[in-house]
Design a protein around this ligand. Structure first.
Ligand code: MSP
Length: 494
């Protein structure tokens, strides 16, 4: 990491409050949480800031509130709570939860919009074209499939209205150059290609306001217009950390941080092109990384209410517990590509990887120590061959996580388990005990060392289980406590 950027700022998209949290939202949020937890261990808590939140303005939210016989703010209050609760249940360690209806956000957006207007980067015009309220997006004829929005399968609305436009075209060459040279890293590589393709197709100035929208932040220089919900939403990333009201917070969290925006590919264009252009216009550095992962289907089908296959993370948490859900989500397919979540195979995966894999290994190691060791076990007598094998895997794990390859990092954990299992099978501590072989001491402390290291690797993914293991590890090393210890049943077989 660049030395000047010694802080780390990671964000998820802010989710629309008209929807309920489902495992699609959970997938991005858990991934961001794993990265935040990993970097907190590496850099220290204070150096990491992790943001998530809810996107609460616009026609879509306004209409949903009406349908539910609620005022927009009542509706937003209630639904943003369901996101907060889902993240609490998944043990998400966000440092802040932003809502675009927050006063602080409102103030920050007004400040930036006024700046862009005053310096001539926002100008008045007329928009005549198509708009999909489902996407909250202006569409071109070219983007339609059989006259429909490709995502919502409905014809977009025809609109003719006064809008203010942002001079995107003026900033495009700079954004393009930054992406080309990886000063803004668009990841994985296929997404960078997609974005470069968008530059080739050509992009025009875009609307930053809407005329007939009730629910939004009025433009500070024309209160008959509301800030376009996407322009409002993108600014959450800076309003949450002091843009407009706290210079020193903003300096630390943005200017001196490596900024990483995580999302799925559906909203890449907004993040990789519009957002950096707005930032450059405002004289703010663009983010360092934009990582857009794939979209997943559930048991081969697109998640949709009509197919009733939308999986609520809370349901899964009730069944498996939050750590297991985190593991099951991230171990489905590589982070970055599209893939299928095989919910029907969850219990098999749980038994193979967790109950019979990681959980069984910890149980094995701890019961060997309890049975065959009468000493303090944390004594640094470690088999060199074993420690170099494990170190090799740890290096791979670090490389994978820092490159956002979370799926591969989980594979590293499984390899780690395999090596320790093999070590037990090869060394047969029970036989060494019988033969009173002095090697037993090294074998047991090596296993203890391996268990501690394995737990470190697990922590960002399964923090609650890792905490349980950590407590157990401490106790097992105190002879007085060891005898009273119950078996650690980390992942009971299902
Ligand atoms: N409110 C905007 C984002 C504004 S960010 C400045 C929005 N919200 S959303 O609720 O629709 O969330 C979209 C995001 O949810 C995706 O980018 C992704 O992070 C997550 N996912 C939703 N469904 C998903 C899948 N089926 N698969 C993977 N991720 C999914 O867009």
């Amino acid at each position: 990491m660049d030395k000047k950027l010694n802080n780390f700022y990671i964000t998820t998209p802010i989710y629309y409050v008209n929807d309920k949290p489902h495992i699609g939202h959970a997938y991005t949020t858990v991934s961001a949480d794993v990265l935040a937890r990993y970097y907190r261990r590496k850099l220290g808590n204070d150096k990491v800031f992790f943001l998530t939140g809810t996107d609460e303005h616009g026609t879509k939210v306004y209409e949903s509130a009406k349908k539910n016989h609620k005022t927009p703010i009542e509706f937003c209050d209630k639904n943003s709570e369901t996101f907060k609760n889902a993240w609490k249940n998944l043990n998400i360690s966000n440092d802040y939860f932003i809502r675009t209806t927050d006063e602080r956000h409102h103030h920050s957006v007004s400040k930036l919009m006024k700046k862009l207007y005053d310096q001539g980067d926002v100008y008045e015009g007329t928009y005549e074209g198509l708009y999909c309220t489902g996407c909250e997006k202006f569409l071109t004829e070219k983007e339609l499939v059989d006259g429909n929005c490709p995502y919502h399968k409905k014809p977009p609305e025809k609109v003719l209205e006064k809008n203010y436009f942002f001079k995107l075209e003026k900033y495009l060459p700079k954004v393009k150059e930054a992406i080309e040279n990886d000063r803004i890293k668009v990841l994985p590589a296929t997404r960078k290609k997609e974005v470069m393709g968008l530059f080739k197709q050509g992009l025009e100035d875009f609307s930053v306001s809407r005329e007939k929208v009730e629910w939004g932040i009025p433009l500070p220089f024309d209160n008959t217009q509301k800030t376009y919900v996407w322009v409002d939403a993108l600014q959450n990333y800076i309003s949450a950390i002091g843009y407009g009201d706290d210079k020193s917070e903003f300096e630390k969290r943005w200017n001196k941080s490596k900024v990483i925006h995580l999302m799925a590919k559906d909203i890449l264009k907004f993040h990789a092109i519009f957002w950096p252009a707005l930032l450059l216009a405002a004289g703010i550095k663009p983010p360092e990384v934009i990582f857009a992962h794939g979209f997943f289907t559930v048991n081969g089908e697109k998640m949709s209410k009509s197919l009733s296959n939308v999986i609520d993370p809370n349901q899964l948490i009730d069944e498996y517990g939050s750590d297991v859900v985190r593991y099951l989500l991230l171990s489905q397919f590589p982070f970055g590509i599209d893939g299928d979540v095989k919910a029907e195979e969850f219990s098999e995966k749980y038994n193979t990887d967790l109950a019979n894999g990681i959980g069984n290994l910890f149980e094995r190691i701890f019961s060997l120590i309890i049975k065959f060791s009468e000493e303090v076990i944390d004594n640094n007598k470690v088999n060199l061959n074993l420690s170099s094998l494990l170190e090799e895997i740890e290096k791979g794990y670090d490389k994978h996580i820092t490159n956002y390859n979370l799926f591969e990092a989980l594979k590293d954990i499984n390899s780690f388990v395999g090596i320790l299992d093999k070590y037990i099978n090869d060394k047969k501590p029970w036989a060494l005990y019988k033969e009173k072989d002095p090697e037993l001491d090294v074998v047991l402390s090596s296993l203890f060392f391996g268990a501690k290291r394995l737990n470190d690797l697990l922590e960002p993914f399964m923090p609650i289980k890792a905490n349980e293991v950590e407590k157990y590890i401490k106790e097992i090393n105190v002879l007085k406590l060891r005898d009273g210890l119950e078996k650690l049943n980390l992942f009971p077989r299902m």
